[in-house]
Design a protein around this ligand. Sequence first.
Ligand code: PDD
Length: 284
Amino acid sequence: MSRTVYVNGEFVAEENAQISVFDRGFLFADAVYEVSSVIEGKLLDNDRHLARLRRSLGELNIPSPASDETITGVQKELIKRNELVEGAVYMQVTRGAADRDFAFPANAVPGMVLFTQAKQLRDSPQARDGIAVVTMPDIRWKRRDIKTVGLLAQSMAKQAALDAGATDAWMVEDGFVTEGSSNNAFIVDKNGCIITRQLGNDILHGITRASVLKLTQQHNIALEERAFTVAEALDAQEAFLTSASTFVWPVISIDGHPIGDGKPGAVAGRLRELYIETALQGAV
Ligand code: PDD
């Protein structure tokens, strides 16, 4: 079935959607994006995703194409038109089209594209059984806090993980885990303390990460925001990852070594439940 997508002010069938060959998102990855997940036809953590979109745009001096209210209206209209119950709404803003030149064009009009993807998020085998990750060097640029569509390094990491028989890659820089190919990385040490890398330019400031950290506070679960090594991860009691498209997935092995008892951990399971419950309460 053909989806309805949104392109620069219009709702069109996906096969009729058009973007200029001079679009800077296409030529320079000069574009930013967000993914808001949908459960029961409602958007989770959406205000925070829109706030991060605004921040990414600001860091790149791309003018905002629309207000949060307008964007939310488009998101909801797409959910309705595509009868989306569970999945995600993807939104992308590009600097716009201009003849190819490295310098930012003076008068480009920012473009905005949104589409939906149906996916089973709650009832997921990966959440139930846990996943295997492999580590690999983090070869990305140094502004990973900006959510740009320049995702080739992450795409390569994900594919290398799949080729190695794993589900995802955790990227490593100077001996420390930065984050997953499209998620934030966590471990739980032998004392039950959650450890996840502190915010900075070297990781994306995950919205799900922020929500999960808030839950650890509310439920008095010990937390340390600091970088951890691969050796620490291998020695951990549990490991897990977070993102809008996974919520919380337990990691049961890293580089072929079982983590803890090699089964999905209790902390990850509890945080997953709490996250879904809390996010649904605030869903719009
Ligand atoms: N990825 N780190 C990276 C590199 C990511 O790409 C993502 C999200 C996250 C988690 O952020 P959040 O909790 O806000 O989704 C961390 C999205 C889901 C994607 O690219 O599809």
